[in-house]
Design a protein around this ligand. Structure first.
Ligand code: AR6
Length: 170
């Protein structure tokens, strides 16, 4: 599997699946979640609401992942995950690692080969970019399946630097 880190906007990526750093409600929010919903269009929220009515009445638990269509995004799939929220005392790196491995499991299940990830939990949820980068890179390296490309798409230069450093570590 190829793993790379680039600076950019995840909503413009030409990949098979874009991972969303959502919240348990799946009903949208700010940050990358807001950007993905804006770029995907209103049908994304409709599908999320349908998921809540059917499979996920209590919401998506932290560390798990669920797929929807990508609608107006270049990517055919959005894989929603919920990172641990440091402001709520969710400080276990295993929960954050689970976001990355669960999203890869979902990508594998839907046949997505090229997957773009944001820095889950590195924004509103309050984790240090360097820790997110270490956990994410280790989790992806430890995963095995049919995904061929993992691209970390980072908005800020500081977050890109953190991921580049983590990737340089063997
Ligand atoms: N492309 C790539 N990365 C982005 C983009 C983008 N378009 N926009 C923001 N980022 P955050 P979290 C970066 O806060 O910490 C939402 O309200 C951002 O700079 O989006 O997991 C949800 O609904 C940061 O590095 O996600 C939840 O309530 C990273 O994405 C909550 O925030 C993650 O920041 C989730 O918080």
């Amino acid at each position: 599997m190829r793993i790379e880190a680039v600076q950019g906007d995840i909503t413009t990526q030409d990949v098979d699946a874009v991972v969303n750093a959502a919240n348990s409600s799946l009903l949208g929010g700010g940050g990358v979640d807001g950007a993905i919903h804006r770029a995907a269009g209103p049908r994304l929220l409709e599908e999320c609401m349908e998921l809540r009515r059917t499979e996920l009445p209590d919401g998506l638990p932290v560390g798990q992942a669920v797929p929807t269509a990508g609608y107006d995004l270049p990517a055919p799939w959005v894989i929603h995950t919920v990172g641990p929220n440091r402001h709520r005392g969710e400080t276990d790196p295993a929960l954050l690692a689970s976001c990355f491995t669960s999203a890869l499991d979902v990508a594998d299940a839907v046949g997505a080969r090229r997957v773009a990830f944001p820095a889950v939990s590195a924004g509103v949820y309050g984790w240090e970019a360097a820790e997110v980068a270490r956990v994410a890179v280790d989790a992806v390296r430890g995963w095995s399946g049919s995904v061929e490309l993992v691209r970390f798409v980072l908005l800020g230069e500081d977050v890109l630097a953190a991921f580049t450093a983590a990737l340089e570590h063997p």
